[in-house]
Ligand binder design. Sequence first.
Ligand code: MG
Length: 267
Amino acid sequence: MHVSPIHTVSKPHSEKLRMVINQSTGLFSPNSMINRRDIKGFPLDDMRHLGAGLLAHHKTNPSQHLAVFKSDVAEAYRLLPMHPLWQIKQIIVINGEHKVNRNNCFSGCGSTGIYISFNRLVTWIAKRVKAILDLWMYMDNSFGINKEGNLAWYHKYRWRMPLNQVKLLSLWDKLGIPHKTHKQLFGEKLTIISIEVNANSLTLTLPKKSLKDLLEEPDKFTTWLKTKQGTSWTPLLAEDGRMAKLELQHVPPLMASTEHFLSKNCR
Ligand SMILES: [Mg+2]
C-alpha cells in the first residue's frame, strides 16, 4: 500500500484551485515505478490537422461557409478505473481515514497515455462508425468542422447544434461519457486548444494574452539567469543581458539550468 499526499495548485487562466494527488513524492512513489519508455509516444491532434481539413474543404467547395466546433469531456482521466493492484498504490487519507482511489489520477506519469488511448478509441468509433470524418482530439478536447447551417436538434441541451457535434455528443451519451453544456461550443470563430480559429478566413491566431506571455518568457529567463551571478556559466550573458558567445563547455550546465527554470516556471 502507498499513501499519496494531497494538495492544491492554481489553475492556469483561472482563480480556481486544482486538487493534486501527488504521486511523485517519496522513495516508493507510484510515479517512480513507471518506466519512462512506456509512457512516450501517445499522439495528439493539433492545429496542423484542423488547418489541413479546413483547407481541403475550401479547395473542394470555395463558396461553402464552414463552422468549427469543440466538445469537452467532463472528468476526463477520472472516468477510467485502474487495475486493483494499482489502486492499492494510490491510497489517500481524508479526515484520518484511508480511502482507495480507484480511478486514473491527473498526477500519474502514465495517466495521460491511458486517457489518450481511451479517447483515441472513442474518436476512432466516431470517425469510422458514426462517419464524423472531420474530427480530431487533443486530450479531453474534440474538435471538428461542420458546414455552416447544417444543424441538428440535440435533445439533452435542447439546442440546435452542428450535425457532427450532435453525432459526437450522442455517441458520448451512448458510451456513458459525461459532458457539460457550457463546454460544447461552435461557430465561425472559435478558440480551440488556445488558438483562435476562423473557419472561413482560414486564420489560426495566438490570442493577445498568450502572445504577451510568450514574449515575456525570454525576459523572465534572462532575469533569472542574471540572479545566478557567480556560477560557472555567467560569462554566457553579455552586459545588456543578451546571450554572449556560447562556448561548447558551457552547454551542459546551461541545459541543466534551463531545464530547472522550465520545470519551475512553465509546467
Ligand atoms: Mg474536460
